[in-house]
Design a protein around this ligand. Structure first.
Ligand code: C5P
Length: 228
């Protein structure tokens, strides 16, 4: 029997640097990348497009089951996301997009509908999976798991700088409130709450640069023999 395709999971709360680290890791290893948050974000956005309320659980689950989503890479290297052929890359990355994702992600039937889609991405030579429940639910048997975290203030400040750079008008106190609200919802929901897997390596990036966190991650990756 062939050995299973390796998966490295990167979980943690919003703004902890998971996206950046996962991208860098997938590129370095030449592995596939699963941005599971994008699936929840597209589901939330699809509801807006279809005129379905995020609180209408059965209609939202129906949308998730039949989600027509396509990912592609632009010449600039940017990841483009389309719903039914419509480019939603920008819309899903707004604060409202994050709020919708977090709301629909709390619905167990939505998580169930997206589970298989995520597992299908476990393809050779390997997968880096970025999310909240990659190590605890979706890829429970992954040989290497990380849980990245940082203080709420640090995460809000990073997000603030990103949004300002994109030209969005945001206020830091409002962002802090949003992140705290989203953290509470993600941690307290019954279906796949945000918690580190028992065998995850927890990295607090509050006082570290991206380069330092990546070096720490690569140290563990090399120890497992994945970077040859
Ligand atoms: O990672 P990202 O910020 O794009 O995720 C948006 C939201 O989607 C999160 O706040 C969380 O509620 C939800 N999510 C989830 N499980 C995942 C990935 C994201 O519940 N694996």
């Amino acid at each position: 029997m062939l050995p299973p395709v390796p998966v490295i999971t990167v979980d943690g709360p919003s703004g902890a640097g998971k996206g950046t680290i996962s991208h860098m890791l997938a590129e370095r290893l030449g592995w596939h990348l699963l941005d599971s948050g994008a699936l929840y974000r597209v589901t939330g956005q699809a509801c807006v497009i279809e005129g379905v309320s995020w609180d209408d659980y059965s209609a939202v689950a129906q949308i998730a089951r039949h989600l027509e989503v396509a990912f592609s890479t632009a010449k600039s290297g940017e990841i483009l996301v389309a719903y039914k052929g419509l480019d939603v890359s920008l819309a899903i990355r707004t604060e409202e997009g994050g709020r919708g994702a977090s709301k629909v992600a709390a619905i167990p039937a939505v998580r169930e509908a997206l589970l298989q889609r995520q597992r299908e991405l476990q393809r050779s030579p390997g997968l880096v999976a970025d999310g909240r429940d990659m190590g605890t639910v979706v890829f429970r048997n992954a040989p290497l798991k990380f849980f990245l975290t940082a203080s709420v203030l640090e995460r809000a400040s990073r997000r603030y700088a990103q949004l300002i750079a994109k030209g969005e008008s945001v206020s830091l106190p409002r962002l802090l409130e949003d992140i705290e609200e989203r953290d509470t919802r993600d941690r307290s929901r019954e279906a796949s709450p945000l918690v580190p897997a028992e065998d995850a390596i927890v990295i607090d990036s509050s006082a570290s640069s991206i380069a330092e966190v990546f070096e720490r991650v690569m140290h563990e990756v090399r120890n497992k023999g994945f970077d040859e």
